[in-house]
Write a protein of this length. Structure first.
Length: 101
């Protein structure tokens, strides 16, 4: 009879859970940054999303995905690492991140 070991498929915790940032009450008058991995139709979806949100939330302002670059690819690490500073510099209140499959 074969000898089998039982293992737990989940790895060790690398980081403790942290409290989530508080949600915004509304997007009215806020700056929303778009992030995209440049893989699937963000160039079509984000303008439609911006139009719909602007109609629903007066004064909402958008920071285009092109300001940040692709969140996938050769410069991915640098772009993601620079996000906190860039978002603060651009005074972003919220982010909508689009990812293709």
């Amino acid at each position: 009879m074969a000898d089998y070991a039982v293992v737990w498929p989940r790895g060790e915790k690398a980081q403790e859970l942290q409290a989530l940032a508080p949600r915004l009450d509304s997007l009215e008058g806020k700056r929303v940054a778009f992030l995209w991995d440049y893989l699937f139709r963000g160039d079509e979806i984000f303008p439609m999303l911006a139009d719909g949100l602007a109609e629903r939330y007066p004064g909402v302002d958008f920071i285009g995905y092109d300001v940040f670059g692709s969140t996938h690819g050769d410069e991915e690490r640098e772009i993601i690492a620079s996000l906190p500073d860039r978002l603060e510099e651009l005074k972003a209140d919220a982010i909508i991140s689009g990812m293709g499959c």
